[in-house]
Design a protein around this ligand. Structure first.
Ligand SMILES: C[S@@+](CC[C@H](N)C(=O)[O-])C[C@H]1O[C@@H](n2cnc3c(N)ncnc32)[C@H](O)[C@@H]1O
Length: 276
């Protein structure tokens, strides 16, 4: 496989006037570092709808700032939080970097989940607090759907109560929580797919995203007539899969993320591009 920074896909100088929104949550696999490359691919399509089947922490949409977007993630609590921002979210629960409060809020959040009520406003407020205060921004559930991330032990946390600055932007975007394959694409949509990495174990939501899902995804994306970009860890089988599906490949080095031990080793990442 061809390894190394690509010659063809050059990063765009984002310039001083570039003022991205900070993603409101901490999220594993954030793609902020990729924005300089995605911006150059997106620029000719900026009037199209941006579709992100794996929108996660929104680092891409909040940097590309499309006029129209369909942002999906299988994690229902994450999408519920964004939907509440759309309605106008102000957090009123107590928020402190304190383990007793963390576990009390975690219990309350899990009570809401058990009662099937986690979509109420308080569910969104608790989700934000747990995300910021829990271990490493992880979002992990046991097989009964119960949130089980331990306290994070951060030195300092800057909590936000007011999300009104995001509201105007989110009003233009549609948020959905479903498996990516249920999304209905328009032929002119610009799709950026950022699935969980191809590694043995991933636990972003209740279900792992296994090799069959990686295949299912590339088959689904291959049917799309419009522009598609996909990113993943450049494992041999991923490179082979994307190449066979007719994607043009670029290799990039990604910083390793979500590491409590300050692990700075880089990940070899592949960017697959089609119909661009
Ligand atoms: C690598 S993260 C995306 C990160 C995002 N690009 C960002 O910048 O924050 C992958 C996301 O895929 C979601 N996911 C996992 N399986 C999924 C599925 N079958 N359909 C849709 N989303 C899924 C996870 O919940 C997770 O948020």
């Amino acid at each position: 496989m061809g390894v190394g920074a690509t010659q063809e896909l050059l990063p765009i100088e984002l310039g001083e006037s570039f003022t991205p929104f900070d993603p409101p949550l901490k999220w594993a696999g954030g793609k902020r570092w990729l924005i300089q490359y995605l911006t150059s691919l997106w620029a000719p399509y900026r009037n199209c709808r941006l579709v992100e089947p794996f929108s996660g922490g929104l680092s891409v949409a909040l940097n590309l700032l499309p006029e129209k977007a369909l942002l999906n993630d299988i994690n229902p609590h994450l999408i519920n939080f964004y939907q509440w921002i759309k309605k106008g979210l102000f957090i009123s629960i107590p928020m402190e970097n304190d383990s007793d409060l963390y576990y009390a809020h975690r219990n309350f959040f899990n009570d809401l989940i058990r009662a099937g009520k986690s979509k109420i406003r308080q569910g969104a407020e608790l989700f934000y607090y747990l995300n910021r205060t829990g271990y490493n921004g992880l979002c992990r559930f046991n097989r009964h759907g119960i949130y089980n991330v331990p306290f994070g032990q951060y030195q300092k946390i800057n909590y936000r109560r007011d999300f009104l600055s995001y509201q105007k932007l989110f009003m233009k975007w549609e948020f959905i929580s479903t498996d990516f394959e249920n999304l209905i694409l328009e032929p002119t949509d610009f799709v950026y797919a950022d699935p969980p990495y191809d590694v043995k174990f991933t636990q972003y939501a209740e279900e792992d995203f296994g090799w069959n899902d990686q295949i299912r995804l590339i088959e689904w994306l291959s049917k799309h007539k419009g522009p598609v970009v996909i990113s993943n860890q450049a494992t041999d089988r991923i490179v082979d899969l994307y190449e066979k599906a007719g994607f043009r490949l670029h290799y990039l080095l990604a910083p390793r993320q979500i590491s409590c031990k300050g692990d700075r080793s880089k990940v070899q990442e592949v960017l697959g591009v089609k119909n661009i």
